[in-house]
Write a protein that binds this ligand. Structure first.
Ligand code: SF4
Length: 214
């Protein structure tokens, strides 16, 4: 089964999920969309009202801003990226996801990640950043401290870069965060273009880099 078929299969399973009570209040499941063979995955928190109506991620005002920023700074099309959320159903009134909902729903996100095997994972906001950090064995402090910092992990026999940034809805709310958000996208761009020089993330990296420079 290729990646596209596997993602379709996961979507079909998500569309029947009753693992937490959110399926009762949602209009549509929002499994995610984009190119399953993409090297880049964007992960948000949960669908909002417009996403719930349309069954698609990031299609409201925050989604439009995200799409514009992807196209303006990364200069790639949104459809060339795979975009999803930690939760696949909208929490009522856009409240924060509960821990037990994240735990119940995370099996879907993990299957999507393990199918796509992206080289770059961009986490949008604290909930998705915290979840992804934990999944990859990284310690998470808070989003303002972690945003814009590149974390490199070894997974699927390759280097995988995790880059947290702010949630676009929060950026629209705090207009003075736009600059930070766009700065983070320039960081993402440097990784996409291979211009980012590996930062030393562990003592082992010191030895490896010393060997490489010899
Ligand atoms: S939020 Fe996730 S776990 Fe809960 S019902 Fe929807 S798809 Fe299933």
């Amino acid at each position: 089964m290729d990646k596209g078929e596997e993602i379709e299969k996961i979507n079909r399973e998500i569309n029947q999920c009753k693992r937490c009570p959110l399926y009762q209040s949602k209009i549509n499941y929002v499994p995610g969309e984009g190119d399953p063979s993409s090297e880049i995955m964007f992960i948000g928190e949960a669908p909002g009202r417009e996403e719930d109506k349309q069954g698609r991620p990031f299609v409201g005002n925050a989604g439009k801003y995200l799409t514009e920023t992807i196209e303006k700074i990364l200069e790639i099309k949104r459809e060339d990226i795979f975009i999803t959320n930690v939760l696949k159903c909208r929490p009522p009134n856009n409240r924060d996801p509960k821990e037990e909902e994240i735990e119940a729903c995370s099996i879907w996100l993990i299957r999507q990640i393990e199918t796509i095997k992206p080289r770059i994972i961009v986490t949008l906001g604290r909930h998705s950043s915290k979840f992804i950090f934990s999944y990859f064995g990284l310690e998470f402090t808070n989003i303002m401290n972690e945003r814009g910092k590149i974390r490199k992990v070894r997974k699927w026999d390759k280097d995988v870069y995790i880059i947290p940034t702010l949630h676009p809805a929060a950026v629209l709310y705090h207009q003075n965060w736009r600059e930070l958000f766009e700065k983070d996208f320039n960081t993402i761009r440097s990784v996409i273009e291979g211009k980012y020089k590996n930062k030393r993330t562990s003592i082992l990296d010191y030895f490896n880099e010393d060997k490489e420079s010899n």
